[in-house]
Design a protein around this ligand. Structure first.
Ligand code: GUN
Ligand code: ZN
Length: 437
């Protein structure tokens, strides 16, 4: 065929099963293939083979990218992040509800402007690539144009992204509210034009229960029910004041989660950020529907929201993925978020292995999103969405790295000390999208 061919050489790491909360030495599913070649044909991975095995003659003319000594991994999957909130990342001093009113809502209003939305989408996707993230579940703003801009940029790069126009028809300032009828028209139009095209997926995007009327939640549930394969994304049980407010606004609902569940919003493609303040009943509902919690560690710490009990969620059968939740979160780096996740579990007496963290941000997220045949592993036939990493940068990390006695120790130090400065290259659909300057 005439598809461009590329070969990456390095140490390939991915996961074939969930390592769980097991000790590092007793974790299933870790697949480490030192000094291998990843053969890319067009957008897809064609083969993975030991570097000392000769290439067939037709591959010898391919472009060779020598990353010997570096880690080649599936690109990370960030399951909850807000495109417009790069404008408010690292804003001082507030908890969730104040933070929304003080910083976030004013910033999101600017996205009504088509050029702000388009430049914002471009800046945002390039930032994801520069952090080794190749797929994301993204909040746009209430404005149709902001989702449109992400879809346009995402499809141009053939990047797997899931996004949608935010639904919010109350408890938000002028310029940030829609209404049920217009919102429905905008969603249907976006679904028809983008969903299932060029690796784009639509997500019915309920901001959170307080900013939607009951009528809007019913409409959102119908959209999810009537359009095959669309996702649903929202926030749930993040902050205690928020949970109290939802109880006041929806006195008939059994719980915060029930506000979504009773309108048919909870299904296998539902991605709910946070879920810190859920009860056993809620966890059973999430489990029974195959919905997932997008655990957002840096956001939970930065906004003082609480400590998510990951192991309890897992023991309850709930799917959990990892997310940056920028701008509540303080870094697009999934490594920084893994390091924060480790500390959140440590506060609760649980230890998160590098295996579990890395699996969750790759094959685990792909599985929970129903995309495991497309992304999340370095496997022939899957899309070539890859990131290449130096496991140590700078004198302290290099020193520590040199003392590591096994692979887990080395990679745990990488996660704990590393960030986007460790990234050497990012490939999306076979195309280099980031190369370290
Ligand atoms: N809840 C409702 N909106 C938001 C948001 O933008 N960020 C976070 N972290 N929580 C929310
Ligand atoms: Zn969020």
């Amino acid at each position: 065929s005439n598809s461009p061919r590329r070969v990456l050489r390095g140490d390939v790491l991915d996961f074939t099963a969930d390592p769980g909360f097991n000790p590092p030495g007793e974790s299933p599913g870790v697949r480490f293939r030192p000094d291998h070649l990843v053969l890319i044909e067009g957008e897809r991975i064609a083969a993975v083979q030991p570097a000392d095995q000769p290439l067939t003659p037709d591959w010898q003319i391919a472009e060779q990218l020598d990353h010997r000594g570096r880690l080649i991994m599936p690109g990370f999957i960030d399951t909850h992040v807000h495109c417009p909130q790069l404008d408010v990342i690292a804003s001082y001093g507030t908890e969730l509800l104040d933070w929304l009113n003080t910083y976030t809502f004013p910033a999101e209003r600017r996205y009504v402007d088509e050029s702000v939305a388009d430049e914002g989408a471009e800046r945002f996707l390039e930032a994801l690539w520069a952090h080794g993230t190749t797929s994301a579940v993204i909040f746009a703003t209430v404005h149709k144009t902001s989702a449109e801009a992400l879809f346009r940029r995402g499809s141009e790069a053939r990047m797997r992204l899931v996004t949608g126009k935010v639904l919010m028809d109350r408890h938000a300032p002028d310029g940030l509210r829609d209404d049920v009828a217009q919102a429905e028209r905008d969603c249907v139009d976006l679904i028809q034009r983008w969903h299932g095209k060029d690796r784009q997926s639509y997500a019915v995007t309920v901001r959170f229960a307080p900013t939607s009327t009951s009528e809007q939640l019913v409409m959102a549930g119908q959209l999810v029910q009537h359009h095959h394969g669309v996702y649903m994304q929202t926030h749930v049980a993040e902050n205690r004041d928020e949970v109290r407010w939802v109880a006041e606004l929806f006195p008939d609902a059994r719980s915060y989660l029930d506000v979504y569940d009773r309108d048919g919003l909870i299904g296998p493609r539902a991605v709910l950020a946070h879920g810190i303040w859920l009860d056993d009943n809620d966890r059973a509902v999430l489990r029974d529907h195959g919905a997932q919690i997008a655990h957002s560690p840096s956001s939970n710490l930065f906004l003082g929201s609480g400590l998510f009990d990951w192991r309890l969620a897992e023991q309850s059968g709930v799917n959990v993925s990892l997310a940056s939740d920028v701008g509540g979160g303080t870094s697009l780096s999934m490594l920084r978020n893994m390091a924060d996740a480790y500390k959140i579990q440590a506060m609760q007496g649980v230890r998160l292995s590098a295996w579990k963290a890395l699996h969750t941000a790759t094959a685990g997220a792909a599985q929970h999103l129903g995309l495991h045949d497309e992304i999340g592993r370095v496997e022939p036939g899957l899309m070539a969405d890859l990131a290449v990493w130096d496991t140590a940068v700078g004198p302290v990390a290099l020193h520590r790295n040199g003392l590591a006695r096994d692979l887990h120790e080395r990679l745990f130090a990488w996660i704990t000390l590393g960030d986007e400065r460790n990234l050497a290259a990012t490939v999306v659909a076979g195309q280099p999208r980031f190369v370290r300057p």
